[in-house]
Design a protein around this ligand. Structure first.
Ligand code: HAX
Length: 439
């Protein structure tokens, strides 16, 4: 078999860290990090440090950094396709996996490897074709990933018998094959659901994002540019978000990459997480209909108040960790200002950015009134003609594979054990507080 330079490079950086981590734990394993409150236990473990994720780190005020690099830095420093000014997502994958900025040759190496590994077996398409067309695209996506599990190199190696120190090797094959196949699967779902099953063959000469755009049926350079940015900025958001954490948790049972990623995608499909991107544009369309077109600020205010009064969330606003505007929102806003400053939906997104935060702040309970990544993405896609918003979370999922699957590979290389936090009953909790009060 031909040498795989990326695999060799990964082994060279990851395996020594596994030994280093063992030493680190021997020395510091008993040190206390923090204490946590009963409210944190009841409210989704927010702010409790419960895992180590190598690929990225989220700062509440500054936003995400991938291996230390912010989004503006990455837009500048990551290699670009000839004639384009947005980064190639292959580059952020390389950075998350290896821990250093790639050269242009490195991203070409990743692109070529994915093109070579991208074949999707026929039974996956047959399975998709057997589903009703109105099956939500995220359900189709998750089911297709499950159907692909027949191809798992890790599952086959485990069945045959493999030494635990070698787990990372077949896992590398799985994550590379899965990432390579996802654009084809996602494009198939799009074309069968919305384009009368008129499918488009891949073009292996194109980079990962451009080929995806091509298979979706969007061959213009501007859409390809948007896809490169989109697939880069949605790739990772440290380890605790629902899709990343689920992939990690399921993977900790030594479930292979297909089983783990599919589970993560079921989390991404929730409206408080990735599905918010479709909800934002659906909400904007309903708003325009209610207001008879582009709303005035007063109409917008009333519509937001109505949404809150009905006990619903304003989609695209708020975050479990961030306490400032999401830099992924800003990156998309800059893109919109440059390429579509007069777009009607983009203008509404800007008006919302002015009007929503003070209203949310005035409720006195929302910890972060600022927009997140999902507040902007739909308006950009609509501008280029992708109007089928139920599909948007699938785009997010294709991108998120880069982060959660590189983390999964790191988990196997570092020998991360089964995850199994403790849980208690309400009765236990009441007894605990009583005992504390008496002591
Ligand atoms: N609109 C209305 N109310 C909101 C709100 C919003 N955008 N964001 C938070 N709140 C409410 C919460 O529902 C909660 O209300 P209750 O106390 O009545 O239950 C209260 O404010 C406190 O919530 P919080 O602590 O500020 O927020 P959480 O950490 O619990 O939740 C969410 C974070 C992102 C889930 C939340 O802000 C939300 O529902 N936002 C809208 C949906 C959305 O945009 N999700 C995408 C988030 C980014 C992401 O993961 N993308 O994939």
């Amino acid at each position: 078999m031909k040498a795989d330079k990326l695999k060799e490079k990964f082994a060279a950086v990851a395996l020594p860290l596994a030994a280093d981590q063992k030493e680190f734990l021997k020395e510091h394993g008993n040190m206390m990090i923090a204490q946590y409150t009963i409210e944190q236990v009841y409210h989704g473990m927010k702010g409790m440090i419960g895992m180590v994720t190598e690929t990225s780190k989220l700062d509440p005020d500054e936003g995400i950094r991938f291996r230390g690099y912010s989004i503006p830095e990455l837009r500048e420093k990551l290699p670009k396709a000839p004639g384009d000014n947005e980064p190639l997502p292959e580059g952020i994958f390389y950075l998350m996996l290896i821990g250093e900025l790639p050269t242009y040759d490195d991203v070409v190496m990743v692109s070529t490897a994915w093109a070579r590994r991208s074949n999707v077996p026929k039974h996956v398409f047959d399975m998709l074709d057997a589903l009703p067309k109105n099956t939500h695209p995220m359900t189709q996506f998750s089911a297709a990933v499950m159907a692909l599990q027949t191809e798992s190199v890790f599952a086959a190696a485990y069945r045959k018998g493999i030494n635990k120190k070698d787990y990372w090797d077949p896992m590398y094959e799985d994550i590379m094959n899965l990432i390579a196949r996802l654009p084809r699967v996602a494009a198939y779902i799009y074309r069968r659901t919305y384009k009368n099953s008129e499918h488009i063959e891949p073009d292996p000469k194109l980079d990962w994002a451009a080929n995806f755009a091509h298979m979706l049926g969007f061959d213009k350079d501007d859409f390809k540019r948007l896809m490169r940015l989109y697939l880069t900025i949605h790739a990772d958001h440290e380890g605790g978000n629902v899709s990343a954490h689920t992939t990690h948790l399921v993977g900790s049972a030594l479930s292979d990459a297909y089983l783990s990623f599919s589970a993560g995608m079921n989390g991404l499909a929730g409206p408080l997480h990735g599905l918010a991107n479709q909800e934002v544009i659906r909400w904007i369309f309903e708003l325009k209909e209610a207001c008879g077109g582009v709303p005035t600020k007063e109409q917008l205010t009333n519509y937001i108040l109505k949404t809150l009064k009905e006990g619903k969330v304003v989609p695209g606003y708020g975050h479990a960790v961030l306490r400032k505007t999401d830099p992924r929102f800003i990156a998309q806003q800059e893109f919109a200002k440059k390429y579509m400053p007069d777009d009607e939906n983009v203008k509404i997104v800007s008006m919302l950015y002015e009007v929503v935060p003070p209203i949310l702040e005035s409720t006195g309970k929302i910890k972060n009134p600022w927009p997140n990544v999902d507040a902007h993405s739909g308006s950009l896609l609509i501008h280029y003609g992708m109007t089928e918003y139920d599909f948007y979370t699938v785009l997010f999922g294709v991108s998120r594979s880069l982060g959660v699957l590189s983390s999964l590979l790191w988990d196997r290389a570092l020998g991360v054990p089964l995850e199994r936090p403790g849980s208690v009953t309400s009765e236990w909790m009441k007894g605990f507080t009583m005992k504390k009060a008496m002591a």
